[in-house]
Design a protein around this ligand. Sequence first.
Ligand SMILES: CC(C)(COP(=O)(O)OP(=O)(O)OC[C@H]1O[C@@H](n2cnc3c(N)ncnc32)[C@H](O)[C@@H]1OP(=O)(O)O)[C@@H](O)C(=O)NCCC(=O)NCCS
Length: 65
Amino acid sequence: MINYLLGWTEKQRGLEKISLSTFSTNLPAIKLYRKFGFKIEGRSRRQYKIHGKYVDEITMGKFLR
Ligand SMILES: CC(C)(COP(=O)(O)OP(=O)(O)OC[C@H]1O[C@@H](n2cnc3c(N)ncnc32)[C@H](O)[C@@H]1OP(=O)(O)O)[C@@H](O)C(=O)NCCC(=O)NCCS
């Protein structure tokens, strides 16, 4: 799915950057996005509260050009 989306973005004229976010606890997702060239750009502390526990949000970005 990520390959498909990245392929689609490359065909879009004028698109310069893709951004996403994930839970800081989702290490497989962070690793997967890194493999596709996304870099961590920020952390919003205690952005979510899940089953009574705070979770940070990690924002990641990939420049297309
Ligand atoms: C995110 C997701 C697609 C990753 O799939 P995947 O690439 O097949 O995952 P893998 O099991 O191969 O793990 C990816 C990496 O994380 C590592 N990993 C797996 N479980 C881990 C854990 N609990 N803690 C730390 N690292 C972990 C793996 O070792 C692997 O690293 P490596 O390539 O250096 O060996 C899959 O975990 C998933 O479908 N999760 C549920 C949906 C989801 O979270 N989507 C993202 C929402 S932002």
